[in-house]
Design a protein around this ligand. Structure first.
Ligand code: ATP
Length: 368
């Protein structure tokens, strides 16, 4: 297995008018040996292009790509010792599962015994032993996905690359395959780079996550760190569902003013926001840090806000309550026993100790 490094890697494409378009704008990162790293971001952010550059399916415009201890800039994909699993599985429909699994090794002219052993091992790991003589059309979506993974496993690559491998599966199967991929990673001790636009998939699978937007890496961190300490409003809004609420606010001498509320700031926030004396800020607060005042165990009732509930969504284990603060529609994720119905006026409590503050111009987090 091996580490993967990007050193100031850029990728530009030319559109039909020969205008240069930057898909990846100077990425720097190191993926450690045996690490499971997820590239996540909205459509068009450059994650697939980054993955394809590791594979050698796309040539970077500038910068260096290192796999293991080799600079692979000019190395052909087949010489990079990587294996890629695609979204559409790319199985050969006329071949049996055994033939699909062994195809790559047969091409490499590996000995027959070696190929048989590798196919057997992969089939055992993935629970495909009873299906080796079937054709892909005789398998379910999840089983086909496993064959696509098996085809990568038999090659013993230095790095596994996954490009949205679960997006063709239904929701239940996706969760099952997510668990299987996590286990597979532990079992193989493999370096895995995984692309998805689904932040839940990223949070559950990644040891570290690379969040991208418009070709630019926004933050690289563990799931818990991204959630607790987003670097900017993009990351704060992208990671977490329902998304973090952003409320226009003003700070003045340690006090926070929002539409319908005026609060004494917690001490650490007041200290951190000192540079923003009498300034505008964006208050970022996650839905689970807003409580109905009748169900807020252990939370100081100091920061109360009178709200007019617009809509309540009952999800069983929790309720989502929507109300306006100024022009912003705010979501509160509250305990199901919290009294809430459409049109009710009631106080909500903001746990400001858990809130984050952002600069309204740069959209960067204001640190303290
Ligand atoms: P998605 O989730 O939609 O696949 P992505 O983050 O993987 O998105 P990329 O496929 O990496 O995005 O594409 C990044 C940008 O580069 C997009 O705006 C895309 O249109 C553009 N792009 C990708 N490949 C090419 C190409 N061969 N020629 C021109 N532009 C391209």
């Amino acid at each position: 297995m091996a580490r993967v490094e990007f050193r100031n890697v850029r990728k530009q494409f030319n559109d039909q008018n020969k205008q240069a378009f930057t898909a990846v704008a100077g990425s720097d990162f190191v993926i450690q040996d045996k690490e499971f790293v997820v590239f996540v971001g909205p459509s068009g952010c450059g994650k697939t292009t980054s993955l394809r550059m590791i594979a050698g399916l796309e040539q970077q415009t500038s910068g260096d790509i290192i796999i293991g201890d080799r600079i692979v800039n000019n190395l052909h994909p087949k010489d990079r010792d990587i294996a890629m699993v695609f979204q559409d599985y790319a199985l050969y429909p006329h071949m049996t599962i055994r033939e699909n699994l062994s195809f790559g090794l047969r091409n490499l002219k590996k000995p027959k015994d070696y190929i048989e052993q590798k196919v057997r091992e992969a089939a055992t790991i993935l629970g495909l032993e009873d299906m080796l003589e079937r054709k892909p059309r005789e398998l379910s979506g999840g089983q086909r996905q496993r064959v696509a993974v098996g085809r990568a496993i038999v090659r013993d690559p230095q790095v596994f690359l996954f490009d949205e491998p679960l997006s063709n599966l239904d929701a239940k199967l996706r969760i099952q395959m997510r668990v299987e991929l996590g286990e597979l990673h532990k079992r193989l001790g493999a370096t895995i780079v995984y692309v998805t636009h689904d932040q839940v998939e990223a949070m559950t699978l990644g040891e570290r996550i690379v969040v991208m937007n418009k070709g630019v890496i926004q933050q690289i961190a563990s799931p818990t760190e991204l959630y607790a300490n987003p670097k900017n409003m993009f990351v704060a809004g992208f990671i977490g569902s329902p998304a973090m609420n952003f409320i226009n606010a003003r700070v003045e001498r340690g006090r926070l003013f929002i539409s319908g509320g005026e609060f004494q700031l917690p001490q650490d926030a007041a200290t951190g926001l000192q540079g923003y004396e009498s300034g505008e800020v964006i208050l970022g607060i996650r839905p689970e840090h807003i409580y109905g005042e009748d169900f807020a165990p252990g939370v100081s009732a100091e920061h109360r806000l009178n709200a007019h509930i617009k809509v309540v969504e009952h999800l069983g284990s929790e309720n989502l309550v929507y109300f306006h603060v100024g022009e912003r529609l705010v979501t509160a994720k509250v305990h199901p026993e919290t009294k809430a119905y459409n049109g009710l006026d009631k106080p909500f409590i903001l746990d400001l100790a858990k809130a984050r503050y952002f600069d309204p111009v740069t959209e960067d987090r204001i640190l303290w």
